[in-house]
Design a protein around this ligand. Structure first.
Ligand code: BEZ
Length: 211
């Protein structure tokens, strides 16, 4: 059975471009964004790692940090990082794991052998401060990821952890949110004194609470 949402993110030690890490220690008490890519010195991956580097402050605002993995060596990652800086205007400012033995890639189910070859596909694991896996995204090798969606999902997880709400389809920070159907009318009045728009008895839209 593979990893499922709510599972504790498996711990590992690994060599990275920023030295040896113990993953749980590296996570500390913040959010982690663990991402695999198929291979170094490849075009889509180059755009992706440049994009992730540019989002360092956005991750930091959310008490989150990125870590990237492929089955190439740390030496290759370091040589490729210079190319990423040249091509994308931002060299990686996060650790890249050298997983030449595929230990981490296998542990997290990042290799999908029917997707071309045995290099990892493009995965994203969002891990909360309790080390629980809260989101898993999986993209094919041919499709570069949308990192705005990664930030949006972290925002939604942090909001829904702190309030009795869910986020609706296509929600963006600041949009109206959904009151949990499990909340009674009286409980909802206490939690959301400014009221709500009842589209259906089970679909009550209200202003985003932390605004
Ligand atoms: C790329 O990053 O462009 C790529 C890497 C592996 C397979 C396909 C595309």
């Amino acid at each position: 059975m593979g990893l499922r949402l709510g599972d504790t993110a498996p711990n590992f030690t690994a060599d990275t471009t920023e030295g040896e890490i113990d993953f749980h220690q590296w996570l500390g008490d913040g959010w982690g964004v663990l991402m695999s890519h198929p291979a170094d010195f490849t075009p889509v991956c180059t755009t992706e790692l440049g994009a992730v580097g540019k989002l360092k402050e956005e991750f930091a605002k959310r008490n989150a940090k990125a870590i990237v993995i492929s089955v190439d060596s740390v030496e290759d990652h370091k040589a490729w990082s210079a190319d990423i800086g040249d091509a994308m205007g931002c060299a990686p400012n996060f650790p890249i794991i050298g997983d030449t033995e595929r230990k981490v890639a296998e542990l997290y189910g990042m290799i999908h052998p029917n997707e071309g070859d045995t290099s990892p596909v493009r995965t994203v694991f969002l891990i909360d401060p309790n080390k629980k896996i809260r989101t898993m995204l999986t993209y094919p090798k041919s499709v570069g990821r949308n990192f705005s969606e990664v930030l949006r999902t972290i925002d939604a997880l942090q909001l829904t952890d702190n309030h009795k709400i869910s986020t609706p389809s296509d929600w963006q920070d600041g949009d109206d949110v959904v009151i949990l159907p499990s909340l009674s009318e009286d409980e909802a009045k206490q939690q959301f004194p400014d009221g709500w728009n009842e589209l259906k008895p089970y679909l009550r839209m209200t202003k985003q609470p932390n605004r």
